[in-house]
Design a protein around this ligand. Structure first.
Ligand SMILES: NC(=O)c1ccc[n+]([C@@H]2O[C@H](COP(=O)([O-])OP(=O)(O)OC[C@H]3O[C@@H](n4cnc5c(N)ncnc54)[C@H](O)[C@@H]3O)[C@@H](O)[C@H]2O)c1
Ligand SMILES: N[C@H](CO)Cc1c[nH]c[nH+]1
Ligand SMILES: [Zn+2]
Length: 440
């Protein structure tokens, strides 16, 4: 491979070309057209359609496949699983659980906001959630952890996993082991659009769920959009992306090592190193080919496609303020800060899904085991959106109580308001008519 990394030198201009903020544009219109009949088939034929699509799209060749993972599958997965990897999963699960427990709100709060007026919020878990675990481009026990643990911490009664089966008709072993360690035992072998439709409508085997969370292929994204009136589609999480922000204190070779992390997910990912240091930029440029040469061929291919293509590379800017402007304009999913004073830099960042501070906090740690959720807003959604968290599995009801002493003054104002808006029934409910009934 002779491609060279995309090197964007903006030192002569303070202007960041808007094209640099773009991610891969997945035109979903063609996919939507393919997904519609899949959804109809699942709604009308249920399990039979799921089994047919497993053969067609997941290459299942097994003669018979149960749609729900069996106890035997869990046991086989555990028996063949590397014990050291179980240790690692346990460490990740512990940290992720502790983070989300710390994040969990009080079940209820109430405050007297004016004399006799008590108001607050009550938080309750949703009844059921389907956690989508992708399998097309790899195995993702990490997604099991990130989607199921906050659900359990939130107190969701029914947590199920849906995931594409392998050609052998079985669930990926890492997914089975992580699920069991967390305490999730309902896993259904349906991926893509058919999986989303199954939990949206329910089938004889797959339960209907209130909400679906987790990243997936464009088929999953399209199905979530089409079924948004039937199932809560949660925050969309698209192709992975990261920015590495470095100043002149950074080691360019280290920055390059971390630039590769999210670029290896797939050719649809995005990743930039942005720096005001020509030395850091040049060191990173020089280091990349050596790293790619040492990597797994498929992953190196994805990384090269990203960093030598239109959605990745090295951006060299004239000063650090412009580098920060680039970060805030881009609103990355993951941001790693490699500066002399990362906590001082943090104060300048307004838009990022996850902010990792310093050279000992690479994106890889955040992806797997620090605790904060790695299912994050992508494609600039971090401007307004937040990481997946316990709140995504809970709903909030406002609560209020008025004392008899506080009622008369409030009723007078509410009556005036209702009359102004022309709501006679509203007004009568706080009129002297009520006073008479209250006095009975
Ligand atoms: N944000 C995160 O936390 C995170 C984590 C991991 C992965 N990701 C992203 O999630 C995505 C996962 O991609 P994946 O491919 O592994 O997902 P996937 O497992 O959902 O894709 C496979 C499914 O796509 C469907 N499909 C494939 N070809 C089809 C066709 N021709 N017609 C109809 N359906 C078809 C099938 O149902 C199949 O089961 C990637 O973009 C990755 O970057 C994000
Ligand atoms: N980078 C993904 C989130 O954007 C998380 C992940 C899982 N495995 C590897 N990476
Ligand atoms: Zn990753």
């Amino acid at each position: 491979m002779t491609e060279s990394v995309n090197f964007i030198d903006l030192r002569m201009t303070g202007v960041i070309p808007p094209a640099l903020y773009r991610r891969t544009e997945t035109d979903l219109s063609g996919i939507m057209a393919k997904v519609e009949p899949i959804i109809v088939a699942v709604r009308e034929e249920g399990d039979a359609a799921l089994l047919r699509f497993a053969k067609a799209f997941d290459g299942v060749t097994a003669d018979s496949m149960t749609l729900r993972a069996t106890e035997e599958e869990f046991e086989t997965a555990f028996a063949s699983f590397d014990p050291e990897m179980i240790e690692t999963l346990k460490l990740a699960i512990d940290n992720i659980r502790r983070f989300h427990e710390a994040q969990k709100p009080e079940e209820m709060w109430m405050k007297e906001i004016s004399p006799g007026v008590w108001t607050g919020d009550r938080m309750l878990p949703i009844d059921s959630v389907a956690c989508y675990v992708p399998r097309g481009k790899g195995a993702f026990p990490s997604v099991v952890n990130m989607t199921c643990i906050p659900a359990i911490v939130a107190g969701v009664k029914r947590v199920v996993i849906i995931t594409p089966p392998g050609p052998d008709g079985r669930v990926d072993a890492g997914t089975l082991v992580a699920a069991k360690l967390i305490g999730v035992t309902e896993i259904y072998k349906c991926g893509g659009a058919q999986g989303v439709a199954a939990v949206a409508y329910g089938t004889p085997t797959v339960p209907r769920c209130e909400k679906i969370v987790g990243p997936g292929s464009p088929y999953v994204v399209a199905a979530k959009r089409l079924l948004a009136q039937v199932i809560d589609p949660g925050t969309p999480a698209g192709p992975s992306e990261a920015l590495i922000l470095a100043d002149d204190s950074a080691d360019g070779a280290l920055a390059a090592l971390d630039l590769i992390i999210e670029s290896e997910h797939g050719p649809d990912s995005s990743a930039y190193l942005v720096t005001n240091s020509a030395r850091v930029a040049e060191e990173a440029r020089a280091a990349l080919p050596g790293y790619w040469a040492e990597m797994d061929e498929k992953r190196a291919g994805f990384s090269r496609a990203v960093l030598c293509g239109p959605h990745g590379g090295i951006v060299l800017v004239k000063d650090f303020a412009t580098a920060v402007e680039f970060v805030n304009g881009y609103a990355p999913e993951h941001l790693e800060i490699l500066t002399a004073e990362p906590f001082a830099t943090l104060g300048q960042i307004r838009n990022a899904g996850e902010i990792l501070l310093g050279r000992y906090t690479p994106v890889t740690l955040g992806n797997y085991l620090l605790g904060p959720n790695a299912v994050l807003p992508t494609n600039g959604a971090a401007r307004t959106g937040s990481p997946l968290c316990v709140f995504d599995y809970m709903k909030r009801a406002s609560i209020a109580h008025v004392t008899s002493a506080a009622y008369p003054a409030l009723a007078k104002h509410a009556h005036r308001f209702a009359s102004y808006e022309g709501f006679d029934g509203h007004a009568r409910a706080v009129s002297p008519l009520r006073d008479k009934l209250l006095a009975k």
